[in-house]
Design a protein around this ligand. Structure first.
Ligand SMILES: *Cc1c(COP(=O)(O)O)cnc(C)c1O
Length: 365
């Protein structure tokens, strides 16, 4: 197959075509470096330039204040599920506060329990994680070492509509599946982190934005790689960073700045894409049933069911030849999931919208 399809995969996920083309063009020889980014030292001038530019672009895109550090790590979001409590909870007698809003926060909670006491502030399990609590309703212990949230639950398709406020407690946020999809107020967070393969690049890179005062909390006894302090002191060069991921991320940050025009523009486009799909769901007379409650629907992962298994199989079978791929939902929710990250073009969402309308016309009551 030589023709690109529209991949609605949850991750690894669609990347911007101009970024892929640039990678292809420079893969054999990166201008100025005489070799590809995969073949030069991570301590070379060329790579240091790439990393500094990637950090500067990220800082500009999100307006990251000077008292935050940007780390480029490996290990995926799952390693952060462990590193966060290792660095911030180990030895504490006061529980960390966790919001369990879907599968990913549940997994994060399980890892935290291995390191210290946790308190579940809110749990969406009873309704299979189809809603979020109003932030204003939550009570956090002001002594807690941190409060933990997942800004977008990739599997269930629920997303906080605005930056949450945890008061004086450091707010730790897994933004893996909605990183850079809109502007955020970074100073509300103690740690904001994301694995790259959903919305910011290839698998293998994890981006951690951490406030300076939290770095001091890393226990001395922690293994080197597991300590945030190690990575801050070495500017992510303690060991070999994920060089290819950092390089692709640099190109994505540039694409966001120069081709999209910044995160306000990105958010407007993302909202428009999501609106097209939710509109079909809402106008389908219950044929398509959204999993998430309307007020916390994700702009990134649109989850919905059809009336029965047979129609769901038929939907996937008919979508595939139209180049609409990877639409099957996670087994814990069932049905469909259309992941429409930053790099999914409007035309891809329009094609899915048209197919959904046509499928409804042919199969609806
Ligand atoms: C995909 C995902 C993860 C897991 O990421 P890995 O890099 O595979 O560890 C964690 N949190 C969220 C919100 C995700 O979407």
């Amino acid at each position: 197959m030589t023709e690109r399809v529209y991949s609605f995969a949850p991750g690894p996920a669609v990347l911007p075509v101009p970024v892929l083309e640039q990678v292809q063009k420079d893969l054999v020889c990166l201008p100025g470096a005489g070799a590809s980014v995969l073949e030069i030292s991570h301590r070379s001038k060329a790579f240091e330039g790439i990393m500094a530019d990637a950090q500067a672009r990220l800082k500009a895109l999100l307006g990251i204040p000077d008292n935050y550090h940007i780390l480029f790590l490996q290990g995926g979001a799952r390693l952060q599920f462990s590193m966060i409590p290792m660095n911030l909870l180990r030895g504490s007698s006061v529980p960390a506060e966790y919001l369990v809003t879907g599968s990913w926060s549940k997994y994060a909670l399980e890892e935290a329990k291995k390191e210290g006491p946790v308190n579940v502030v809110w749990n969406g399990k009873d309704t299979n994680y189809d809603r979020l609590p109003p932030m204003s309703s939550l009570q956090f212990n002001p002594q807690a070492p941190y409060a933990y949230i997942t800004s977008n639950e990739t599997i269930q398709g629920v997303q906080f509509a605005t930056d949450p406020d945890a008061g004086s407690i450091p707010l730790v946020c897994d933004a893996s599946s909605d990183f850079l999809h809109r502007p955020v107020d970074v100073k509300r967070y103690g740690i904001l982190y994301a694995c790259a393969q959903k919305n910011a690049g290839p698998a293998g890179l994890t981006i951690v934005i951490i406030r300076d005062d939290l770095v001091k909390r890393s226990p001395d006894s922690l293994g080197g790689y597991l300590s945030y302090r190690t990575h801050v002191e070495a500017n992510s060069l303690w060991n070999t960073p994920p060089v290819f991921g950092v390089y692709v991320f640099q190109l994505i940050a540039r694409w966001l700045q120069e081709e999209i025009g910044g995160l306000d523009q990105m958010y407007a486009l993302n909202r428009e894409k999501a609106r097209l799909l939710y509109e079909v769901i809402d106008a389908s007379n219950g044929f398509y049933r959204g999993h998430a409650q309307p007020d916390c629907r994700s702009v990134m992962n649109v989850t919905f069911r059809l009336p029965n298994d047979e129609l769901e199989k038929k939907f996937l079978a008919e979508a595939a030849p139209l180049k609409l791929r990877e639409l099957k939902g996670h087994r814990s929710v069932g049905g469909m999931r259309a992941s429409i990250y930053n790099a999914m073009p409007l035309a891809g969402v329009q094609a899915l919208r048209d197919f959904m309308k046509d499928f409804l016309a042919r199969n609806g009551a």
